[in-house]
Design a protein around this ligand. Structure first.
Ligand code: 6PG
Length: 253
């Protein structure tokens, strides 16, 4: 059987039938990473539509009973700089779909604080929170921040709130930065983890589904200089892609 292709950043691509299969596969991977984790485990969530079915699955059986909710902490890889309950807030979406539906201790949920005066202030606060959580201010590939980091792929190749040509793309020191001008809808200021912080994981999992993602995914896989092409992981980098988004879908394989 033909080996799955490697992405330019040496990730593995797993092609699945549809978005439902992606959500199931992601849920199993998430559980597996938590099962292997030191205590406490940390998961870095993402916004957008791609993870929403996964979030619903986590709140439903059998995952609801299988997840050791008390020892898992939930962070957000990027958020929009809007009030906590705003419809545009990524953490509000995650709360609505699963975190508010299960008995998660409130201290295990780590939203980006958007009550501060600026995205940069919120970014510095979130970086301090991550440092406090792990008890260190240096990234260490042997002791990653997260068990699993979820990522999406935007229509322009952005991932998290790392947009084409943005200064944040090349940030190497900061773990979290403010983004005053989003490069894609919704055009609201953002706060985002940087590539080095996102890379600090045992597994980074991209979720990509739908025919509208096929063109941009093909460009990422071809190695075009797009934000998502720059993603790295200290552990395993995996792309879960459905048939509609996979470049070979046109050829029926
Ligand atoms: C955000 C996301 C963003 C998202 C991509 C893909 O805050 O908007 O974190 O990076 O993952 O835009 O979005 P979809 O899943 O909706 O295609």
């Amino acid at each position: 059987m033909r080996q799955p292709p490697l992405t330019p950043n040496k990730g593995k691509i797993v092609v699945l039938p549809d978005a439902e299969a992606i959500a199931q596969n992601a849920a199993e991977r998430l559980l597996g990473r938590i099962a292997q984790a030191r205590v406490p485990a940390a998961i870095c969530l993402t916004g957008g539509s791609s993870p929403q079915r996964l979030y619903q699955l986590l709140a439903a059986e059998p995952y609801r009973s299988r997840l050791p909710w008390n020892r898992v902490h939930w962070f957000m890889g990027d958020d929009r700089f809007v009030p906590a309950q705003d419809a545009l807030s990524n953490m509000a979406m995650a709360r609505r779909l699963f975190l508010d539906r299960i008995p998660v201790p409130s201290e295990n949920v780590h939203p980006i604080d958007t009550t501060l005066q600026s995205p940069d202030a919120a970014a510095r606060r979130y970086e301090a929170e991550l440092e406090h959580f792990r008890g260190r201010d240096q990234l260490d590939p042997a002791r990653p921040l997260f068990e699993l980091v979820l990522m999406g792929l935007g229509p322009d190749g952005h991932t998290a709130s790392l947009f084409p040509d943005a200064p944040a793309l090349t940030e190497q020191e900061r773990w979290v930065v403010g983004v005053d001008h989003a490069g894609w809808e919704p055009f609201v200021p953002r706060v985002t983890l940087t590539f080095p912080a996102l890379a600090s994981a045992r597994e980074m999992l991209f979720l990509v589904d739908g025919a509208d993602k096929r063109g941009i995914l093909a460009r990422v896989l071809a190695g075009d200089d797009l934000p998502a092409s720059r993603a790295r992981c200290d552990g395993e980098l995996v792309w879960l892609v459905d048939r509609a988004a996979a470049p070979q879908a046109d050829h029926g394989s």
